[in-house]
Design a protein around this ligand. Structure first.
Ligand SMILES: Nc1ncnc2c1ncn2[C@@H]1O[C@H](COP(=O)(O)OP(=O)(O)O)[C@@H](O)[C@H]1O
Ligand SMILES: [Mg+2]
Length: 309
């Protein structure tokens, strides 16, 4: 755990040492992610729209298809990946080469603030398991994200999903951090508030020329049991409009589904065999994998050879 450096430590250095540290960090990040085939961000700009639920269910869907999957969650204010992927309470393994994140039942490697936090409802302080030393108290999610990516032993993975905290600035920071981002999935509900923020996020990702960009419409439909079969109360128009405005396809329409919420929040994503939500996650995984395998995409060998800006 000594590899988690704080900003106060950095402050003691002179400018040139700081630059060296930054370069060193970049090199380490590259090295850490060398065994990762595709890095996929799940973002929205907004909180509470279902980013984490989408990340968890997509991760399970991909793992069930025999892909090696890792998940990074650097959301300080609402870390949820350890709970949703059922690794809460598990300890991080501290090896000389770095921190080894726990694997869940489906084989998904998970790194989340929840694994460093002392109590789920406690203040934002972390300490090393088994000792009393506080190691890392930075309140900056971007620092967490950087350290989660560069100090964690991810090993060989097909896909590393990043559950990006709310705030378009977090998306910008992620783009600055990563040697390259292969795909971004932007989650939006049909609400006007979500649409406006998601549009900003999409523009940002388009400017950065992320090769795969798609929308995930969440809570786009609410079935009314007393209104007759198949009647929808919730219009998906917000997501449709967003898709047209940004010229980005919608890869999944996830209905409002209390069971999905209960199962996912309870650490059992990937259930509901024939539910609308489950089918939506299947189609999301299909579309994502199809696009990542699309001929003409920048191949990972080329990516690895690309210079830092
Ligand atoms: N399609 C859905 N139907 C019902 N509840 C949902 C749906 N998607 C997400 N939720 C629930 O809404 C809450 C917020 O979702 P979450 O994924 O934590 O949002 P975010 O990560 O964007 O802040 C969670 O309790 C989650 O289970
Ligand atoms: Mg979340």
């Amino acid at each position: 755990m000594r590899k988690f450096r704080t900003y106060s430590e950095v402050d003691h250095h002179t400018g040139s040492e700081l630059l060296e540290q930054v370069l060193d960090q970049r090199a380490r990040l590259r090295e850490r992610l060398a065994g990762v085939r595709w890095v996929v961000a799940v973002a929205s700009g907004k909180g509470g729209v279902g980013k984490s639920a989408v990340t968890a269910n997509l991760a399970v869907e991909l793992a069930h298809r025999s892909h090696r999957v890792g998940v990074v969650d650097a959301d300080l204010n609402g870390p949820s990946m350890a709970r949703m992927l059922a690794v809460r309470g598990r300890t991080l393994e501290d090896r000389p080469e770095g921190v080894v994140p726990p694997r869940n039942e489906a084989g998904i490697r998970v790194m989340s603030m929840e694994l460093l936090q002392e109590k789920s409802d406690g203040p934002l302080r972390w300490r090393e398991p088994d000792t009393d030393t506080y190691l890392w108290q930075s309140s900056m999610e971007t620092t967490a994200l950087r350290e989660f990516l560069s100090d964690v032993v991810w090993g060989e993975l097909d896909l590393l999903l990043v559950d990006v905290p709310p705030g378009t600035d977090k998306i910008r920071r992620l783009l600055e951090l990563l040697p390259s981002l292969d795909a971004a999935l932007v989650v939006s509900t049909p609400s006007e508030m979500s649409r406006a923020v998601a549009l900003r996020s999409l523009r940002l990702l388009q400017d950065a020329q992320v090769p795969t960009l798609a929308l995930v419409g969440n809570m786009t439909e609410l079935r009314c049991l007393t209104c007759g079969e198949g009647r929808s109360l919730f219009k998906a128009d917000g997501v449709r409009r967003l898709s047209a405005e940004a010229e980005v396809p919608v890869w999944a329409w996830i209905p409002f589904d209390p069971e999905l919420s209960e199962e996912t929040d309870g650490g059992r994503p990937g259930g509901g065999e024939n539910s609308g939500a489950r089918n939506a996650f299947r189609s999301l995984a299909d579309e994502l994998l199809r696009d990542l395998h699309r001929p003409g995409r920048i191949r990972e060998e080329e990516r690895a050879g690309r210079e830092d800006p």
